[in-house]
Design a protein around this ligand. Structure first.
Ligand SMILES: [Cu+2]
Length: 195
């Protein structure tokens, strides 16, 4: 017992104990507030840092002429096998459908999806994967993806784009790599209709 404690009071020991636990409690309260402040600061820094950094690469395209010439003409849409064995899928999102409406891709292959919009902002999300991007007129969205097993994934539009928005969706059909390459042997661009 220290000299400052009230030695006259018989309950002095209890008083000390209460003070000690109050001090410990304050210390933990300060620590937990500090942890919350630290994580908020980290999240804010990460978000702001990402928002102010320019994109590594921006690809633009004229939305009024993309159906007439270049990469996104109708005959060039769908899945294409590249010389390195990877696959590039090109698609257009427009009010209120995706072209092609069903994408076909192989398993165990690096795939790049490239898409854009000729009219308003749409979104593309492949359910069950982390593929999720906005499709902004004037810009090409390009994302890598890879599928381990065959199956079907829904691909709805995830940006409200007008009255027909809820009916705007497509499908991604993942098929066995060998079967895909058999199809690709006699077709330049593939979609589900070639299956
Ligand atoms: Cu849409």
């Amino acid at each position: 017992m220290t000299a400052t404690s009230s030695s006259s009071s018989p309950g002095g020991g209890d008083h000390d104990g209460a003070e000690l636990s109050a001090r410990i409690e304050r210390r933990w309260a300060t620590l937990s507030v500090a942890i919350v402040v630290l994580f908020t600061a980290v999240a804010a820094f990460a978000g702001i840092h990402q928002a102010v950094m320019p994109q590594a690469r921006v690809e633009t395209i004229n939305p009024t002429t993309l159906h007439l010439s270049g990469e996104f003409v109708e005959s060039n849409l769908g899945s294409a096998v590249e010389s390195d064995g990877s696959v590039t899928v090109r698609a257009i999102a427009q009010q209120y459908s995706f072209v092609p409406q069903c994408l076909v891709v192989p398993t165990d292959t690096p795939i790049t999806i490239r898409a854009t919009s000729p009219d308003v902002v749409h979104g593309l999300i492949i359910m069950g994967t982390n593929v999720n991007t906005m499709l902004v007129p004037g810009y090409i969205s390009s994302l890598p993806m890879r599928f381990d097993r065959p199956g079907e994934h829904l691909m709805p539009c995830q940006e409200y784009c007008g009255v027909g928005h809820e009916g705007m969706w497509a499908k991604v059909k993942v098929i066995d790599k060998a079967a895909f390459h058999k199809l690709a042997a006699d077709k330049r661009r593939l979609s589900c209709v070639d299956e």
